[in-house]
Design a binder for this molecule. Structure first.
Ligand SMILES: *[C@@H]1O[C@H](CO)[C@@H](O)[C@H](O)[C@H]1NC(C)=O
Ligand SMILES: *[C@@H]1O[C@H](CO)[C@@H](O)[C@H](O)[C@H]1NC(C)=O
Ligand SMILES: *[C@@H]1O[C@H](CO)[C@@H](O)[C@H](O)[C@H]1NC(C)=O
Ligand SMILES: *[C@@H]1O[C@H](CO)[C@@H](O)[C@H](O)[C@H]1NC(C)=O
Length: 318
């Protein structure tokens, strides 16, 4: 018997190729729609033009649109039936960064419902990818372990190079990246970190649920604690980054950790492009074009919060 699950998983992967469910011979969906989850608006004081109890930062929407996806906002505090309807209509879920409680917020409640639906769907060969960024990664770890195992790190405004785990270049996520871009990610400080909490390698390694579920692709350190900066699930098309690929092309606050170099922008695009290529494997669709039109974000007005806001433009919801 091979005891540590990840060793078994690695061996199986070597023998049978990737473990995530394969598309069952269906053609690609070239009109993918991504649900982006809203969250409680705790930033009211920072955006004077804020109007609504929840929000989505526009950079996440642009990030998806720039890679050939369209966005449906998913509001918090909807009933389960509403979430099931949305789930069956969209081709992927993006859990964005932010600052809400990962166990008690409306964001965490909705994330849990979608996570469970995605597990069930993928188990039944209904391909459904999830992408978590920053808080999104943290939320995924809480959902998978049913615990908050995060720890404080000194990473609130710093650009870092990624430390690749051996073999990460052959991961599903990174194998589509050009070699010179992987090199840039490894040596240039081009990943924007804006987080107080991280999942340490120590807590990851000590928790069997996390260890069996996620493959660590890159790590970083704040000088004291090694933490996970990029991961993908072994058996599900779930991906997560602790850093912010959407900030480099779409946020312009002038502070440490913000980078706009050509390689940083390129790295951003390869992450979104990969996620959308996963979403193209999903066959979910809205029941009608009218339903789709009603749900898409285009009919929502973006609010400008100023160049100096951490989120330059936001969508607000009541
Ligand atoms: C591990 O998780 C606990 C919460 O269960 C947390 O208090 C602790 O700081 C974490 N330790 C490390 C090293 O991540
Ligand atoms: C946190 O990290 C920054 C560099 O990113 C450093 O200047 C600062 O001294 C660190 N703070 C602590 C408390 O370690
Ligand atoms: C890049 O990040 C590393 C930490 O991994 C740090 O030691 C180095 O000073 C940073 N370089 C620049 C130019 O910020
Ligand atoms: C956009 O929203 C307004 C106000 O809710 C609504 O009256 C209008 O029909 C919507 N337009 C489309 C194209 O869905």
């Amino acid at each position: 018997m091979c005891r540590p699950f990840f060793v078994c998983a690695a061996v199986l992967a070597a023998c049978f190729g990737q473990l995530v469910p394969k598309m069952s011979g269906l053609s690609h969906n070239y009109r993918p729609i991504i649900g982006v989850l809203a969250q409680e608006n705790l930033e009211v004081d920072k955006c004077v033009h804020a109007r609504g109890s929840s929000y989505i930062a526009a950079s996440y929407v642009k990030y998806i649109e720039g890679a050939g996806g369209r966005v449906v906002p998913i509001r918090i505090n909807q009933n389960t039936e509403e979430y099931v309807n949305i789930f069956n209509s969209i081709n992927g879920l993006l859990l964005p960064g932010g600052d809400v409680d990962l166990q008690t917020s409306g964001f965490s409640r909705a994330a849990k419902i979608f996570y469970n639906l995605a597990i069930k769907a993928n188990d039944a060969s209904d391909y459904f990818p999830i992408w978590g960024t920053c808080q999104g990664l943290q939320q995924l770890t809480v959902l998978t372990s049913s615990k908050n195992l995060l720890t404080l790190t000194n990473t609130t405004a710093v650009a870092l190079p990624l430390t690749f785990v051996p073999g990460a270049e052959n991961s599903r996520l990174f194998k589509s990246f050009p070699k010179d871009l992987l090199q840039s990610l490894a040596v240039e400080n081009i990943t924007s970190n804006f987080h107080s909490w991280s999942l340490s390698m120590q807590n990851y390694s000590r928790n069997a649920n996390l260890r069996r579920f996620y493959k660590v692709l890159t790590t970083n350190s704040d000088g004291r604690i090694d933490f996970i900066s990029t991961m993908e699930a072994y058996r599900y098309p779930f991906y997560a980054v602790q850093w912010h690929p959407e900030k480099t092309p779409f946020e312009w606050i002038d502070k440490p950790g913000m980078v706009h170099t050509a390689s940083a922008i390129r790295a951003s695009f390869y992450t979104s492009s990969f996620f959308i290529s996963e979403a193209r494997k999903s066959q979910h669709q809205f029941l009608s074009q009218a339903e789709e039109e009603k749900a898409l974000i285009y009919n929502h007005t973006v609010v400008f919060c100023g160049l100096d806001n951490i989120f330059m433009q936001n969508y607000y919801f009541d």
